[in-house]
Design a protein around this ligand. Structure first.
Ligand code: ADP
Ligand code: MG
Length: 154
């Protein structure tokens, strides 16, 4: 749970700082939940300078920092075919971190490994951030948000 936009950005920044290239972050949540806010923090963690805008109207934008960050917004997308020209095929590239807002509007278009971040507006400035990682390298990113690593059973 975060209590402010700054706090959400700090979590995202910590994740960005751990990225080594090839990561895919799928952001899910309603309008105003904080997806763009999260992407801005992520950009900061990747060393992107300058302001990262919501790509709602342009659908995709690319920034360069320590790694490239490709920021895609599927709000206006209707199904997987319409994602064709947004550069999703490049996701997973070693020098690229991909981040998608409204990621649940398309399926079958992402690499097998990714980190899903589901943001929920609890009212006021409170948001919950729920993470689900697929693949080892994305699981490792969770260390940025869980300072005390969960012990594995067995
Ligand atoms: P989305 O991209 O999901 O539509 P935005 O990131 O554009 O959402 O907007 C989130 C809005 O909520 C911003 O105005 C931000 O300042 C505000 N906000 C308030 N509290 C938080 C929080 N804890 N985390 C993220 N954003 C927050
Ligand atoms: Mg947005």
């Amino acid at each position: 749970m975060t209590q402010s936009a700054d706090a959400t950005q700090s979590v995202a920044e910590a994740i960005g700082a751990r990225c080594r290239g090839g990561e895919v972050l799928l952001l899910v949540g309603d309008l105003g939940a904080g997806k763009t806010c999260f992407a801005q923090g992520l950009a900061r963690g990747l060393g992107v300078e300058g302001y990262v805008h919501s790509p709602t109207f342009v659908l995709a934008a690319e920034y360069s920092g320590r790694l490239r960050m490709r920021h895609v917004d599927l709000y206006r997308i209707d199904g997987a075919e319409e994602t064709r020209d947004l550069g999703l095929d490049e996701f997973g590239a070693r020098d690229l971190v991909g981040v998608v807002e409204w990621a649940d509007r398309a399926s079958g278009v992402y690499p097998p490994d990714y980190l899903t971040v589901e943001l929920t507006d609890l009212g006021g400035d409170e948001r919950t951030l729920a993470f689900e990682a697929a693949g080892e390298r994305h699981e490792a990113l969770l260390a940025a948000v869980q300072p005390i690593p969960a012990r594995r059973a067995g």
